[in-house]
Design a protein around this ligand. Structure first.
Ligand SMILES: [Zn+2]
Length: 267
């Protein structure tokens, strides 16, 4: 692992922008506010400029520097002084650390960029699941598309020696296998525990995880997400005093950790 200052600078700058994008997703997706382009049905608000969620003042570029603006403004809106929750800079920081983690493990290459492209969506899924107990379809779908993009990249990169058709087929089969397995686990646990154990959103996320991780990583992914799920459910019951807990955070963390541990197909 060798870190180059120039690369580190580029990765950090990109990661800060992705972190800011992720917080926009977290605010907008559950409220059905467009985040990429176009306007909502009522014509407002648009996917354009970011505004203060309290006083609707349009935020200047100085207010939008990830993490630093929040520190500089001491967590308050410049106009209306409404407190901006610490979760915004924390989410941005989480995205930055996740991106730096991918760079530290894989270096400055295409694989790191594919992972970095998925990170703001994964972080948004994690926080939205904590808030609303849903994994929005559009975000799960986009993480799947980026995974597919990664596969196509591997397929067309000539340096690869293994049978490319076989490789891509293996990952598509993995997606179906993960989905089938999680559906079965959900059905089985629901029978035993006599309550809903896995949501259908979780099943779709399993399919996407299969697309990223392939068949050979089924076991570590299942074991890690099971363990994290147990730890997380205990913490959730202590803090929130609710029996039902979102499984998404455990799944998302496991996907990221196993992605980093298993090494890259491209290297
Ligand atoms: Zn304000």
């Amino acid at each position: 692992m060798i870190l180059f200052p120039m690369e580190l600078l580029i990765i950090t700058a990109a990661a800060l922008a992705l972190g800011s994008f992720s917080t926009a997703l977290i605010y907008r997706v559950p409220r059905n506010i467009p985040w990429a382009f176009g306007t909502s049905k009522k014509g407002e608000p648009t996917a354009g400029r970011s505004v203060c969620t309290s006083c609707k003042a349009v935020l200047s570029p100085l207010d939008l520097v990830p993490v630093f603006s929040w520190l500089f403004l001491r967590g308050k809106c410049r106009q209306c002084k409404t407190l901006i929750p610490a979760r915004y800079p924390l989410t941005e920081l989480g995205v930055v650390l996740a991106c730096l983690g991918a760079y530290a493990v894989f270096g400055f290459n295409a694989y790191t960029f594919f992972i970095m492209a998925a990170i703001p969506f994964l972080m948004a899924l994690l926080v939205i699941d904590l808030d609303h107990m849903i994994l929005p379809n559009q975000l799960v779908f986009i993480v799947g598309l980026i995974g597919l993009g990664h596969l196509l990249f591997v397929f067309f990169s000539s340096s690869f020696t293994m049978d490319r058709f076989e490789l891509v087929a293996m990952y598509v089969v993995a997606a179906l296998f993960y989905a089938g397995l999680s559906w079965f686990l959900g059905w089985f646990l629901t029978k035993i525990l006599k309550k809903d154990a896995l949501g259908f959103g979780d099943v779709k996320f399993f399919a996407v995880a299969g697309l990223w991780l392939g068949l050979s990583n089924v076991a570590p992914f299942l074991i890690l997400s099971g363990l994290l799920g147990i730890v997380f459910s205990v913490v959730w019951q202590k803090v929130k005093k609710e029996a039902v807990f979102p499984f998404g955070p455990a799944l998302i963390t496991s996907l990221y950790v196993v992605l980093l541990l298993r090494g890259s197909l491209l290297l």
